[in-house]
Design a binder for this molecule. Sequence first.
Ligand SMILES: Nc1ncnc2c1ncn2[C@@H]1O[C@H](COP(=O)(O)OP(=O)(O)OP(=O)(O)O)[C@@H](O)[C@H]1O
Ligand SMILES: [Mg+2]
Length: 264
Amino acid sequence: MNSDIKINDLRKVFKTDDKETVALENFSLDIREGELISIVGPSGCGKTTLLRMIAGLLEPTSGEVIIGDKKCEGPGPDRGMVFQEFALFPWRSVRRNVEFGLEIADVPKDERRERAMRYIRAVGLEGFEDHRVHELSGGMKQRVALARAMVTKPDVLLMDEPFGSLDAQTRNIMQMELLRIIEKTNSTIVFVTHSVDEAVFLSDRVVILTKRPASIKEIVDINLPRPRDRASEEFIKLRKHILQQLEDENVKLRADGNVLLDTD
Ligand SMILES: Nc1ncnc2c1ncn2[C@@H]1O[C@H](COP(=O)(O)OP(=O)(O)OP(=O)(O)O)[C@@H](O)[C@H]1O
Ligand SMILES: [Mg+2]
């Protein structure tokens, strides 16, 4: 299936009793099949909102998301999502969390088990497959969420700060692992991160968002061969440029009276 993503003039307004929040505005972006796009932007600017609309979990106020040649009108098995807050089943074991999407797809039990174990190993959780999720650390939960999203081999993988609660070393390992896995699958990936280093390390393109309402400030092509050398001059230069762009947005946020923020 063709898994190009076309985002056309997307806008999202949240209405609560006493106020309206415009989360996203004038947002258009074409993502090629097999591409890894990172989204970076100030906290609260609308990144999760964008991912949820691509996932079909949230309806745009106006505009549209087209995946392949189909307008996105709800969630589907072609898209997997790793949520910022994990969204695991705490009472289920690690293995049964990872098997979840395969159960829904009616994959037979033996195959389910075998495929789940392959991804549990890939995220370094072998030996923990029978533990319940509430017994795990934050970083381990995050790895379960990752295995669960990848096990169904979705055409589109939407990842909301998937490595945010990992320690630096595990994070680097998971980044390498992600690149290794997607090399084989040709999944299209939209990856939200607060780490500019991570964005430059992983992505084909980095999309920098403005402060809320999020629109595109700049798209930076990362034309560096993989695996990337974080110490190389080009890497550092790109990283610096993106950080500067983000800092500009954060300065505007502070000028609005908001406190901010955490980019490395
Ligand atoms: N369900 C909702 N109802 C009302 N307002 C919402 C809802 N979801 C998000 N918002 C608002 O929309 C804006 C964007 O939120 P969003 O979660 O997309 O930000 P974000 O860029 O993912 O932030 P972070 O980097 O902190 O995760 C925020 O002002 C938030 O309060
Ligand atoms: Mg978010």
